[in-house]
Design a protein around this ligand. Sequence first.
Ligand SMILES: [Zn+2]
Length: 90
Amino acid sequence: MMKKKWKCACGYIHDGDEPPENCPKCGAPAKVFTLLDDVAAELVERSRHTNTLHARLIGLGREIEQVCRDGIADDLDPGCVKVFQKTLGH
Ligand SMILES: [Zn+2]
């Protein structure tokens, strides 16, 4: 079963059976936290998943860029260099 999620008035989400003593983001006490219902908790999970995918995509983009720069610097085969340049966008 999915862990319980508690939301602070500031928007911070805490995962656990109980809310934290104080919010690590704004310092508000536990009583300020509200328990998210299943639909809201599921949305938080999906949002985290999307953020993870986004971060991975940015990482892959950087990797592709580096491969292209390395290939251009290597400068062996004109056909390959053209592909590296085209992938980089110039
Ligand atoms: Zn807070």
